[in-house]
Design a protein around this ligand. Structure first.
Ligand code: SF4
Ligand code: SF4
Length: 262
């Protein structure tokens, strides 16, 4: 069952998460613990979060940091359709980091798993880290442009993007072309006092973001007052993306989703 979010309620949620963010930014970075909480019961499968993420990161063809899986479960007339947004889980114990060359993938003190593009160049490294990640989080930037074969590149393709707080202008041959890419929890936006693009764009109010070290934050409250699961918990990667599951049907639907996310 989809539980719609009244706009005023979502407005209140966003205001609260922005206040949580401001509070977290006043603390030393190592005292912040960023997490994302996802309520799939609100997701209508509109893909607005995917588009927002691509716009924020200037994603070229073949590169997507977010995906929305879809699964049907049950038997008529007791059927359910579940949409499951996913991105990098920012694991506490990231298998991708172990598979990467030294210093190419690091865990920041706030828990964000960061890529260092200069050390991640090449398809072979991409294949290694991609195989190590249980969550299909990586894409390879093979240098294509959406305007390829048209008279001129589009302005958005030449505009800088700001992953890891550096300006990247993706001209022919320049980084991050030729590297593995993935979600960075919108670090550049967080440090500017803004919530991740996928969180603010979602009309359904599916995604929540904040500091789990702050007991007053909305994400802390949600995880205290609802049951939740993480993807493939048995692997002990320590995902920092939590899915709310308040009833058996939701849990069953999510388990069906998880069957494809291996
Ligand atoms: S989800 Fe994948 S890419 Fe992200 S930290 Fe975990 S192993 Fe690495
Ligand atoms: S947090 Fe930012 S980079 Fe990660 S999926 Fe959302 S919009 Fe994309």
């Amino acid at each position: 069952m989809i539980v719609p979010t009244p706009m005023s309620t979502r407005g209140e949620e966003l205001t609260r998460m922005r206040e949580d963010l401001r509070r977290a930014l006043k603390k030393p970075v190592e005292q912040r613990r960023w997490v994302m909480v996802i309520n799939t019961k609100r997701c209508t499968g509109c893909y607005a979060c995917v588009v927002a993420c691509m716009a924020e990161n200037g994603s070229p063809p073949g590169v997507a940091y977010r995906r929305v899986g879809e699964v049907e479960s049950g038997e008529y007339p007791q059927v359910a359709r579940t949409f499951m947004p996913t991105n990098c889980m920012h694991c506490e114990n990231p298998p991708c980091m172990k598979a990467a060359p030294l210093g190419a993938i690091t865990r920041r003190p706030d828990g964000i798993v960061a890529l260092h593009y200069g050390k991640l160049k090449g398809k072979e490294i991409f294949e290694r880290v991609s195989k190590a990640c249980p969550y299909n989080a990586f894409s390879f930037d093979d240098g294509r442009f959406y305007s390829q074969g048209t008279p001129a590149p589009q302005l958005y393709e030449k505009a800088p993007t700001f992953e890891y707080e550096k300006a990247w202008v993706r001209t022919t041959g320049a980084l991050p072309i030729g590297t593995a890419r993935k979600c960075h929890f919108c670090l550049h936006r967080l440090n500017a006092g803004m919530l991740p693009a996928c969180v603010t764009t979602c009309d359904g109010g599916v995604m929540f973001f904040g500091d789990l070290n702050d007991p007053e934050s909305l994400v802390s409250k949600l995880l205290r007052t609802h049951q939740s699961i993480t993807m493939q918990a048995a692997l002990k990667t320590g995902p920092r993306v939590y899915y709310l599951v308040d009833d058996t049907q939701a849990a069953d639907s999510l388990k069906a989703c998880l069957a494809c996310h291996r």
